[in-house]
Ligand binder design. Structure first.
Ligand code: HEC
Length: 242
């Protein structure tokens, strides 16, 4: 077990340092910041959707190799992105495309790191859920670039996702009944562009985040008691601009 741990640390370090080209601290063009941030959040939402859609496959105890590979996920993410936005990423501005590529590469790395878990036979629920995928993708991206992506909410399960002051302010705005559903919000602050896109409770979320409030879900967490369509939180994107 320990050998495996070291091996995975070694492999992760190797992969981390080679796959995503290092563009650390490179500011992005200010005039394109709103576009970059919004599409980046959408790409994360697309990826989360792919992981959500494949939960039955991922959690199938009778199947070993699931074919849920980084390349498969990439294709699914691009398809879903196109469905949501009506755009293929190659139609977008090169600066936007470059960031979306980095997001996809980070997502693929998360899927790669979890292959053993995903392909484990004889085990049902594997905890490779949209939130874990999204958190890891954000963490990997942050390790290679100066782009920070976070899934945040007031009712966080994982302390990593807790909102900072700016995120709290925007989440409060999203909660207002007159706020247009799905609309993102961004601001330039201290040399960075900060942006949040709201995410809502869908049918598939209820079994873990729905009612009865306080009952344990399959992951062992207490359900929050959300109802269909309620604001769950936001995808938060932040990067330096020039
Ligand atoms: C199988 C149970 C399960 C399902 C289904 C599920 N979630 Fe979660 N969700 C979790 C767990 C567990 C976490 C904490 C993950 C972590 O450690 O980062 C979480 C975390 C989150 C977070 C990050 C904030 C936090 O609480 O730390 C968001 C946002 C979120 N879920 C939204 C959703 C949405 C939207 C859906 C439906 C599309 C959904 N979840 C479906 C179990 C689930």
């Amino acid at each position: 077990m320990r050998k495996l741990l070291w091996l995975s640390i070694f492999v992760s370090l190797f992969v981390f340092s080679s796959v995503i080209p290092s563009t650390f601290a490179a500011p992005l063009p200010k005039d394109k910041a709103p576009e970059i941030a919004s599409y980046t959040a959408t790409m994360i939402i697309a990826g989360r959707g792919v992981v959500a859609k494949h939960q039955d496959l991922i959690n199938d105890p009778n199947k070993g190799n699931k074919g849920f590979t980084p390349e498969y996920v990439e294709k699914q993410m691009l398809d879903s992105f196109e469905k949501i936005t009506g755009k293929n990423i190659t139609d977008l501005d090169p600066e936007v495309q470059k960031v979306l590529r980095q997001v996809i590469d980070a997502a693929k790395m998360s899927v790669q790191m979890n292959q053993a878990r995903i392909n484990q036979k004889g085990k049902g629920f594997k905890m490779y859920i949209p939130a874990v995928f999204g958190r890891e993708t954000g963490q990997i991206l942050k390790a290679h670039t100066d782009i920070a992506i976070k899934q945040t909410t007031f009712k966080y399960r994982n302390a990593y996702n807790q909102p900072d002051d700016f995120e709290k302010k925007v989440l409060k705005q999203f909660e207002r009944p007159d706020y247009p559903m799905g609309k993102g919000y961004g601001e330039f602050i201290n040399g960075r562009y900060r942006y949040l896109k709201p995410i809502y409770i869908r049918q598939a979320c209820l079994k873990c985040h729905g009612e009865p409030k306080g009952a344990l879900d399959i992951s062992g967490h207490k359900k929050e008691g959300y109802r269909l369509g309620q604001l769950r939180g936001a995808i938060s994107v932040s990067f330096p601009v020039k």
